[in-house]
Write a protein that binds this ligand. Sequence first.
Ligand SMILES: NC(=O)c1ccc[n+]([C@@H]2O[C@H](COP(=O)([O-])OP(=O)(O)OC[C@H]3O[C@@H](n4cnc5c(N)ncnc54)[C@H](OP(=O)(O)O)[C@@H]3O)[C@@H](O)[C@H]2O)c1
Length: 350
Amino acid sequence: MEGVVESREWYLAAYCPQGLPTSEHLKFRTVTLSIASDSIPDGHVAVESLFISVDPYLRTRFTGTSDGLGFQQFPIDQVITSFSVLRVIGSKDRKHYTEGDLVLVPAAPVAEYSIIPSSEILRKIDAQSGISMPEYIGSLGIPGFAAWIGIEVLGDPKPGSNVFISAASGAVGMNAGQLAKIRGCRVIGSTGSDEKVKLIKEEFGYDDGFNYNEESDFDAALSRHFPDGIDVYLDNVGGKMLEAVLNHVNKCARIPLCGMISQYNKVWTERDGVRNLLNMIGKEVRMEGFLLGTYWHRFGDFAKDMEGYIKEGKLKTKNKLNVGIESFLDSLSSLFSSSNIGKVVVQVKA
Ligand SMILES: NC(=O)c1ccc[n+]([C@@H]2O[C@H](COP(=O)([O-])OP(=O)(O)OC[C@H]3O[C@@H](n4cnc5c(N)ncnc54)[C@H](OP(=O)(O)O)[C@@H]3O)[C@@H](O)[C@H]2O)c1
C-alpha cells in the first residue's frame, strides 16, 4: 500500500481523576498519514490495526496521577495505545518484517493506521496456526498472560488446592479458572450475574461460583463455598472481596494481586481499606502484586503452554467482538458496568 491514508484514532483530551471516562476525556479524530515508503523512517514499519485489546488498566492511564498501578499517564492530545494485532503494510526493516506480516504489539496506537518502530513488535503470528486473531489478543495476550502468571508462577496451586478467582467470567478470570482446573484444583469464582455464574460452570469448568451482587455478606458466601479454607486467591477486584478472603485463608495461602477493578474509578482517599491484614501474619500468607511488564521474558513459555491447551481443546476461549474503532470508548466502559462477558476486543474492520 502506498500513499496517504485517512486514519481515525482515539486521543486523550482531558484527565479523569475519578468516575468513568467519557467522551469528554477520550475523543475521536481523523488524521491524514503518509505511509509512502519515503515517509517510513529506517527501523520502522507502517501498520494497519486489525484487532485492539480493551483492558481495565487503560483506565488507570487517564487519571492524571501515577498512584495505583503506576502506569505512565497518557499525554494530553496524543493518541492512546493498546495491545493489538496489526498487519504490516510498509517496512523499513525488511530483514525482519515485510508487507502482509501479522504482528502483536503491546502498546500500538489506537488508530486505524500508524508508523511504529519495529522494535516494539512482540512477535509475528501465523494466520494458519489454527488460533484466531482475537485469541491472540485474549487468551494468548494480556489477560491470558496475567492469568498464567497469577496461577502458574505466583499462585502455584497443588492438585486438590482450593482456588478462588474474582471477576471469574472476564478475560483474566476465564483463563485463570481453566488453568487452575488443568492443575487439578477445586475452583470457585465470583462474578456479577447469575447468567455469568452459569457460564463459568458450564463453559469454563469452574466447580461452582456465586453472584456477588446477590450476596449481602461476602464472608458468609466464602464460608459456604470454602469449608476447608482458601489456598490461592487470584484477586481481580480488590476492596471488600479481598478483605473477606483474608478471613478464610489457609496456612501459607497465596494471593497474587492481579488487579483491583472495584477501586479504579476512585481517588485513593475514597478507596476501600482492608482491615484484617493482620490475618496474614499468623497464616503466613504471601500476597504479591504483579505487572506483566516484569515477566515479558516468560512470554514464550506462556505462549507455548496456552497454544498447546487451546489446540488440544483443554482451554476454551470466549471473545466479545465490537466492530469498528469508534466502539473503543463504549467497549472500555463495558468493563466497568459488567456488561461484558469474556475478552472484549475491538475488531477494526468488519
Ligand atoms: N497485573 C496485570 O498485569 C494485569 C493484566 C491484565 C489484567 N489485570 C487486571 O485483571 C482484572 C481483570 O481484567 P480483565 O481484562 O480480565 O477484565 P474483565 O474481567 O474482562 O472485565 C472486568 C470485569 O470486572 C468486573 N467488575 C467491574 N467492576 C467491578 C466492581 N466494582 N466490583 C467487582 N467486579 C467488577 C466485571 O465483571 P462482573 O460481572 O464479575 O462484575 C467486569 O466484567 C482487572 O483488575 C485488571 O486490571 C492485571
